[in-house]
Each structure stands twice: as C-alpha cells, then as structure tokens.
Design a protein around this ligand. Structure first.
Ligand SMILES: Cc1ncc(COP(=O)(O)O)c(C=O)c1O
Length: 364
C-alpha cells in the first residue's frame, strides 16, 4: 500500500484498485496513442465503441452470463433502476403488480418508487427486527400473476445478504446487486434482471449496469421515458444519449483487473477471508457488538458497534489517524460499518482488525 493512501471503508463511492487508477492516470492525456483523453473522444467513435465492446466481453467472461441476457449501461446509478424496473416490467402482466421481499431501506425505496406505477405487495419483511436478517417467506406467497418479484441481494446499510436467491417460478426475479455484484458468484440464469450502480465494486458512481433476460424487453409502459427504456438501450448498444464514457472506460479497467485477479471465484475467496477476519474480532468478546444475524451476514458490509457507546468518537478518530477511513455507519445503531468490496486489500482489513484488537485492549 502506498503511504499517501488511506484504507477507505466507506460504503460507496468506494476504493478502486490502485493498479486501475494508475493505469487511468497514465493514459489520461493520451488514450491509445490518440493524442486525446478517452473523455474527449466521441461516444460513437471506434475507440470508445471498442471500450464498450470490451466491457461486454469481459462481463460475459467473468460472470458466465447466459447468451440470452443483454448488457445495458444506463445513467442514474442504482436508484434510477427503482424507476426503470417498474416502468419496463410492470406491464408484463395485466394486474401490473410487483412483489417485494423487504430486507432493507433500499428495497423499501424501490417499492415506494414502483407504487407510483402499479400495485406493490410486500410478501415478507424484516423491518420488525430492524432489518437484521433476510426475512423468511413462504414460497406460496410468490403469486404467479405478478409481473416480477424484487429483492436486494446485499443490504448495504444493515450488512445482510441473501445466500441463495429465492425460487420464484415463472415470475421474473429482479435483483438489486448494487453492493455485491461481482464480489461473489451469482447464478444469473435464476434472475430475470440484475442491476447495480458501479460505485462499490465496479467503478465510478452515476452509471448503472443492467443484465436483463431478452424476453423482458417487450413490456415498457407507454409513459416510459426514452432514457429509461430497456429495449432502446438494447437496440442502440446503450448509446441512447451521450453515455458517461469515462465511467465505462473505468469499468473496463476494473473488469480487466478482476480477470487478472483470477475472476469472481477468486475474489470471492479473498472477500470471505476479509469478512471472517473482522467477524472473528467482533465475535471474540463483548466489547464489540455484531448486528446482522449469523447466517445472514454480508461479506462486503460488516456492521457492528462498540458496546460502550461513549467510545464511538474516540474509536473513529483513532481509526482515522491510522488511515482507516469512513467507518461510521449510516445510523446511530449499528454505529460502525466496514465496507470491504473487491478493491479493499486484505492488508487494509488486517490493519482494521489489529486496530480493533488494540483498541479493545486499551479501553476494554
Ligand atoms: C443496495 C443499494 N441499492 C441502491 C443504491 C443506490 O445507488 P445510487 O446511489 O447509485 O443510486 C445503493 C447505494 O448505496 C445500494 O447500496
């Protein structure tokens, strides 16, 4: 790790691999011998189209995405999909109804947004236990006349994740994978659509990646804005308007880095070691309190608290001094969160674990 860099445990925008940023820096003024930066080149020119094509190929290579899935790059990050999904998919069935398994505040926001366009039904929720788990649910609750069923694969705020996606029969499963996409292996063929903002595991904020089964491109409601219409994005290779060329270019570099690292399966192995390193420290004593139920714990967002809450500010300020940055959680409880996405090195997690043990030793 370079001495001028911190370990950023923020939930996103998050750390990007240093190799990626150094490469971007090196070729920023002169991309591919063009005498211009990639951000100065036309999104319709051959240089940029090659970047886009390469992203497509790398995504397929890394994820094993089946051929009948389209890859779309859309503006607006993760949340724009809270609108795009209902606008494009509620029309799949006459009832225009969407089912939600509510496991966190982002699922709730997605549900509220969908309710502007059709009927929504929460078939299970863990709100009653403050989203400390993935809710249990009865498979019979998946009403087969629904247009889709929606889940969030990893709940960034509370630090829980689905270990196995629910079987939804003929009802397409829609997955918000903003915080765990490509951090672990997923069976995309089980999903109708998976989307993610780039800013945690894949690149800069503001761009959304959408992987969608091609039979689902046909149901956009008439009021769907052009810039949210999946079919149009599929037909125009995501060049419906001037795409965020820099974000796509950074995505390409991150995907190349992932291939160099041995792909998603290898990243998953490292991510599991990273998470275990922190959960082991949390579980060792009562000084730290965990939050997410065991068996539901996220590998990429580790949430916890210091049992003696008066120590919180001291913990954060001492952590900051050691270059362990942005550990404050979103809520008063659990007050701490370590986001450890793909680009967080094991070394950073080890530093945090050592600091936590030392802090406990001194204040426990
Ligand atoms: C699970 C999840 N969904 C959606 C979002 C929203 O993404 P964006 O800020 O790109 O709209 C986030 C952001 O943290 C998230 O964690």
């Amino acid at each position: 790790m370079r001495s001028d860099r911190i370990f950023n445990f923020g939930a996103g925008p998050a750390m990007l691999p240093i190799e990626v940023m150094e490469k971007a820096q090196k070729e920023f003024l002169n991309y591919n011998g063009m005498g211009a930066s990639i951000i100065e080149l036309s999104h319709r020119g051959q240089e940029f189209i090659s970047v886009l094509d390469r992203c497509d190929r790398l995504i397929r290579e890394l994820s094993g995405l089946p051929d009948n899935y389209k890859i779309l790059y859309m503006p607006g990050g993760g949340q724009m999909q809270f609108s795009a999904v209902p606008l494009n998919l509620l029309g799949r069935m006459p009832q225009k109804k969407a089912l939600f398994i509510e496991s966190g505040s982002f699922t709730r926001m997605a549900r509220e947004e969908a309710s502007r366009y059709g009927a929504v039904k929460v078939i299970a929720s863990s709100a009653g236990t403050d989203f400390d788990r993935i809710p249990g649910f009865d498979h019979n609750a998946i009403e087969q006349d629904a247009s889709y069923a929606f889940i969030t694969s990893n709940n960034t705020v509370r630090g829980t994740c689905w270990n196995k996606f629910p079987a939804t029969g003929e009802v397409p499963l829609i997955v918000d994978a903003t915080s765990d996409i490509f951090s672990r292996q997923m069976d995309f063929s089980q999903c109708g659509l998976v989307f993610a903002g780039l800013q945690k595991n894949l690149g800069p904020a503001g761009l959304g990646l959408v992987l969608v089964r091609d039979d689902l491109l046909e149901y956009a409601m008439p009021q769907t804005p052009r810039l949210l219409n999946y079919k149009l994005y599929s037909e125009e290779h995501s060049l419906v308007n001037t795409i965020n060329t820099f974000a796509v270019y950074m995505l390409m570099l991150v995907l190349e880095w992932m291939v160099d690292r041995g792909g998603i399966s290898q990243l998953q192995v490292i991510n599991e070691i990273k998470a275990k390193t922190l959960y082991d420290v949390i579980d060792r004593s009562d000084f730290y309190q965990d939050f997410a139920q065991k068996g539901h714990r996220s590998t990429v967002n580790v949430t916890f608290s210091v049992a003696n809450r008066s120590l919180l500010d001291v913990f954060l300020s001492e952590a900051n001094e050691r270059g362990l940055y942005a550990l404050k959680g979103l809520n008063a409880y659990p007050s701490l969160r370590a986001s450890i996405y793909n680009a967080m090195p094991l070394e950073g997690v080890q530093c945090l674990a050592d600091f936590m043990k030392d802090f406990e030793h001194r204040y426990g």
